[in-house]
Design a protein around this ligand. Structure first.
Ligand code: KG4
Ligand code: ZN
Length: 390
């Protein structure tokens, strides 16, 4: 499915914008002080969190507000796209105002505005993108359409300030991939899931166990009181020579095991806790095995032992963070993981990715159309000298 073309601003604006962008880009690239002193507003509306944040070029998060739509979707057991889009529309303006107030700045003090341009639910993407474009147009600011996955991928440069290249394990509700991150916009996929994403496996398994929505955190809580060796579950793809994942067989095995349990299921049941712990351990075994393989591939390609970066909502899981720390250590690599609140969806990561892009002169035109599907590898490599990329 491809996004429809938008006709959302007058032709005069579209003609004017590239001129403004060129002038701005040259000024920024030639002025390190301006690059470090940049202040960017970010907006995230791709799924079920409405979020706005302000970050600066010295890696300070000046404001970060997130409004979860959890309660609106809970009765349906998952995200309802139309409800999500309407809720984003209801709340985005006040969240932007709140972020700006928290940062203590006026729109005139911004250097650019970023919004998630995809991948995600089209209704929500439109709300965030249109909001950012409106602010950019009124204030004559550059607009950056950020790939949500790039937001996750670069968060660790905001939190830990690490340099390129690094190996990225991206584990979220919609994605499970291992990538070499060579620079902004420069991603090479080593492997990924051939069916479900890791977060999807958590969410579906939690549902089967009567743990409700959202599944990931609920399953982690249930697993804390469980025996991980009570059940037998498969470790799909373990030992394979490539860096791919598969989670659908694991989910089916949970379905069969859950069907054999005595009802009622739910967080009080000891059998459910045991099955949750077994599932989580199986995911940990698979992630550790696949990541070990990818660390080898990364070493072959770059001559370096890591660093390993883990990002995306599933990276908020404490057990899995521990497993990945051990995996990295065994390979002689450092592990970097953003704090849990910056693993799940937020706008600080969007503002930061926008800032990184603007520093390289990579603003987007105001006729950018949101992209519900937008693989990381499809991002164009920045056409700027190597010297300004690190
Ligand atoms: O990155 P994210 O917030 O949204 C997407 O871009 O998909 O990731 C959401 C996913 C959901 O599947 C959620 O269940 C999972 O991350 N998740 C967790 C935990 N917290 C969130 N999975 C396991 N353990 C957690 N603590
Ligand atoms: Zn995400």
């Amino acid at each position: 499915m491809s996004a429809p073309e938008t006709q959302d601003e007058p032709a005069a604006m579209r003609r004017f914008y590239p001129m403004m962008r060129m002038g701005y880009t040259a000024a920024v690239l030639n002025n390190p002080k301006l690059r470090d002193g940049m202040v960017i507003l970010g907006i995230e509306t791709s799924c079920d969190e409405t979020a706005a944040a302000v970050v600066d070029g010295e890696r300070a998060i000046r404001a970060n507000v997130v409004l979860s739509q959890l309660e609106e979707h809970r009765p349906y057991g998952g995200v309802v796209p139309e409800i999500a889009a309407r809720s984003h529309l209801d709340h985005v303006d006040s969240l932007v105002a709140e972020a700006m107030a928290q940062a203590g700045i006026d729109f005139d003090q911004l250097h650019g505005v970023a919004a998630t341009g995809g991948p995600g639910l089209i209704g929500g993407l439109f709300v965030g993108v249109m909001t950012a474009k409106a602010i950019a147009a009124v204030r004559n600011l550059p607009f950056m359409a950020v790939n949500h996955l790039e937001g996750h991928a670069l968060t660790v440069r905001l939190t830990d300030g690490i340099a390129f290249p690094y190996l990225l394990l991206l584990i979220s509700g919609g994605h499970c991939q291992l990538l070499v991150v060579a620079g902004v916009g420069r991603y090479r996929r080593l492997g990924g899931t051939i069916d479900d994403a890791a977060g999807e496996a958590f969410d579906k398994s939690a549902k089967l166990l009567g743990l409700g929505y959202p599944g990931g955190p609920a399953l982690e809580r249930a697993a804390e009181g469980g025996d991980p060796d009570r059940f037998q579950l498969p470790r799909p793809m373990k030992g394979r020579p490539n860096c791919d994942f598969s989670f659908s067989g694991l989910k089916t095995a949970v379905r069969h095991a859950a069907a054999a349990l005595k009802p009622p299921l739910g967080p009080q049941s000891q059998a459910v806790k045991d099955l949750a712990a077994t599932f989580q351990q199986a995911v940990g075994d698979v992630l550790a095995d696949r990541t070990t393989r990818a660390l080898e591939a990364f070493r072959d390609e770059t001559g370096r032992n890591g660093p390993l970066v883990v990002a995306g909502g599933v990276a908020a899981n404490r057990y899995l963070r521990g497993r990945l720390a051990a995996t990295a250590e065994a390979a002689g690599a450092a592990l970097h993981a953003p704090p849990p609140a910056l693993c799940t969806d937020n706008a600080a990561m969007i503002a930061w990715a926008g800032l990184e892009r603007l520093r390289l002169g990579l603003a987007d035109p105001l006729d950018f159309a949101p992209r519900p599907r937008w693989p990381l590898e499809a991002l164009a490599a920045p056409a700027v000298p190597e010297a300004v990329r690190s």
